[in-house]
Design a protein around this ligand. Structure first.
Ligand SMILES: Nc1ncnc2c1ncn2[C@@H]1O[C@H](COP(=O)(O)OP(=O)(O)OP(=O)(O)O)[C@@H](O)[C@H]1O
Length: 638
């Protein structure tokens, strides 16, 4: 028996949608009331993708028969019949029956997955999310009673099939007539309350709004709607701001204006035309999705890859837009070294140019840059920490509040350096959840009294960023809670006649060393950096404090997920090793010195509590459970 497929009619086969698709359809059909019109954009955009892919095949596949059909999107509407319909057809690469099942019955693609996740986590049901995530094909069910997708794949021996569904639970697939042309046609029978989408003028208006930039002719009831243009190849002096915005909305499936765009051309080392956009918002900010690279790669207007993974560095995944490079081969392969080197080079040119654009924005419009940084700074930090090639340019773009800025205002490292005091050789920073928590902690005191500026870092990643960036302009970045810190010209704290005498302080220090040795305290000394706080703890272990915190957090995560005790378990941090500094001018320390003479047992409890408080400020307290019992004991004696 021959296994060559024929177009013989077979009975429809019924399939169940995957559970996630059912959930998605349920939301699309029942909960998304507004902006139904975006289904037109989504389907035209799919049609255009299919045409782009076919155009690419034409250039790369050797034995593709030329059927002389123009590459177009054809839309027809019918508002005269009883059943109102709209059909969106393309001459693109089409789908086999297996591809119909795979693409329209399961949730393999990222857009819809992220959408579902966002809905789940946000409890939010609004159509804006469709715009952000592109639910694509399924948006048809917002307006459809019934959808029929008839498709013939470009592969010569594949018969055509029709996929149909009313969006409830299941769909069918059957063979389509033998004369079905290559490509895909999506016929929608409209719900009664959506009948207006069968009106030509309504669809014309929607197409003009959303689909002006499709790079193939779009015809509505045989009349041409768009003028095909590749905006990125046009002279930027002739492009109006609205055109950029409209192109961005089209290309990035966005609803709002971009924050900034960069349109540039270069001839050397590569011939490039690029149009890049920074969106308004960072969807990763809510922790609900991880963006995927989405700057499309073209060669002379032919799409090579709409989401090239290796073009730009990972931290630029928030960028949208188009890069067109004439020097690329159409059938570029990630496997050959030569092609890989070309893509690398292209990526570097674009990244450098984009970083320069950000730097110019920061110089010329600091407020706009600050707003952009509030959304996307996290990506720049990621880059500064991990992308060695662009580290220097990225570090220049970092912004932090500091002890000299107002709350909410930030400074660059370059500006910090310009304010450095004579003799100051290092850039100081402190990690803390908020400005208030840093300013009320013990570490800042010695810096304030010496008039030394300290950068305030509020994000969990800052720890990692600072220790990876390591230096700026030849100055080391140093955490202000480091144990081996040598502060310049330590001014003596103001003489205080009520302070503990030197002899008493020395005795107390010795006693504390013995009393707290078992708790991992290696050194105790009288502090010259503290003015108000009783004590501070400094990490004296070779493992930096941020590593220790990270390991602890990861172990807690493993324990919560039940993967502790298994292979790959994060080992326990090494035992704590800290140096303690006590402030002889603090009332608490003076009381401790008294108690040590009169009530040594109580004094030991107080000493441990002072240590724990200092460890909390340092983010080094591993186990708070003993502290509660101790505080109660102390309260009993109060
Ligand atoms: N007109 C079409 N021609 C060929 N294949 C299509 C067509 N429409 C959809 N598909 C296939 O179905 C898949 C799913 O489409 P859908 O619109 O749901 O998501 P997507 O386009 O991949 O992602 P997104 O809309 O999030 O960008 C597509 O990836 C594509 O493979």
């Amino acid at each position: 028996m021959s296994d060559k497929k024929t177009d013989a009619q077979t009975a429809p086969q019924k399939f169940e949608f995957q559970a996630e698709i059912k959930q998605l359809l349920d939301i699309v059909i029942h909960s998304l009331y507004t902006e139904k019109e975006i289904f037109v954009r989504e389907l035209v955009s799919n049609a255009s993708d299919a045409l782009e892919k076919f155009r690419h095949l034409q250039l790369t596949e050797k034995n593709l028969p030329d059927d002389q059909r123009p590459l177009e999107v054809n839309i027809t509407t019918d508002d005269k019949a009883d059943e109102k319909t709209i059909t969106i057809a393309d001459d693109g690469l089409g789908m086999t029956s297996a591809e119909l099942v795979e693409n329209l019955g399961t949730i393999a693609h990222s857009g819809s997955k992220a959408f579902l996740k966002a809905l789940g986590e946000n409890g939010q049901k609004n159509a804006n999310l469709i715009g952000q995530f592109g639910v694509g094909f399924y948006s048809a069910f917002m307006v459809a009673k019934h959808v029929r997708v008839t498709s013939r794949s470009w592969r010569a021996d594949e018969p055509a099939h029709t996929w149909s569904s009313d969006g409830s639970g299941s769909y069918t697939i059957e063979t389509a007539p033998a004369d079905t042309p290559r490509g895909t046609s999506i016929a929608i029978t409209l719900k009664d309350d959506c009948a207006d989408f069968a009106g030509e003028s309504r669809i014309k208006q929607i197409l003009e709004h959303y689909s002006a930039f499709v790079s193939f002719p779009v015809n509505l009831n045989t009349k041409r709607i768009n003028t095909v243009q590749a905006l990125w190849l046009r002279n930027k002096n002739e492009i109006k701001p609205e055109e950029y915005t409209e192109f961005y909305k089209f290309q990035a499936h966005a609803w709002d204006e971009p924050r900034t765009h960069l349109h540039f051309s270069a001839d050397a080392p590569l011939a490039i035309n690029a149009l890049l956009f920074v969106p308004n918002e960072n969807p990763e900010r809510f922790g609900m999705t991880r963006l995927e690279p989405s700057v499309a790669l073209y060669c002379r207007k032919v799409l090579i890859d709409s989401r090239p993974k290796d073009l730009l560095p990972e931290w630029l995944r928030f960028l949208k837009g188009v890069v067109d490079c004439e020097d690329l081969p159409l059938n570029i392969s990630r496997e050959t070294m030569q092609d890989k080197a070309l893509i690398d080079k292209l990526g570097k040119v674009i990244t450098k140019r984009f970083l320069k654009h950000l730097d110019e924005l920061a110089q010329n419009n600091a407020d706009a840059y600050a707003d952009l940084y509030a959304q996307f700074g996290i990506f720049l930090k990621e880059g500064a920490a991990l992308d060695f090639t662009h580290k220097e340019q990225l570090t220049k773009l970092l912004r932090y509040e500091s002890s000299l800025t107002e709350k909410g205002k930030t400074t660059s490292l370059a500006d910090y350096v310009s304010r450095m005091k004579e003799g100051q050789t290092e850039i100081y920073y402190l990690i803390g959840a908020t400005r208030e928590s840093i300013e009320s902690g013990p570490y800042i005191e010695g810096f304030k009294s010496r008039n030394l500026e300290v950068l305030y870092c509020y994000e969990a990643v800052d720890d990692y960023v600072m220790s990876n960036v390591r230096e700026f302009d030849g100055k080391k970045l140093v955490s202000a809670d480091s144990a081996d810190l040598k502060l310049p010209d330590a001014p003596k704290p103001p003489a205080d006649e009520n302070a503990l005498s030197e002899t008493d302080t020395a005795a107390l220090v010795e006693w504390l060393k013995t009393t707290l040795a078992a708790r991992g305290v290696a050194e105790v000394k009288s502090s010259d950096r503290l003015t108000d706080s009783p004590a501070l703890a400094l990490n004296a272990d070779p493992m930096p404090a941020h590593m220790r915190r990270m390991m602890r957090a990861m172990r807690q995560q493993q324990a919560a997920a039940g993967t502790d005790g298994k292979e790959g378990e994060i080992p326990a941090e090494p035992p704590l090793k800290v140096n303690l500094e006590v402030n002889p001018r603090s009332a608490v320390i003076k009381r401790l010195a008294d108690a040590q003479k009169t009530a040594p047992e109580k004094a030991a409890l107080i000493a441990e509590q002072i240590l724990d408080n200092a460890l909390i400020s340092a983010g080094l307290l591993d186990d708070a459970s003993k502290m509660v019992a101790r505080i109660y004991k102390l309260l009993e004696t109060a």
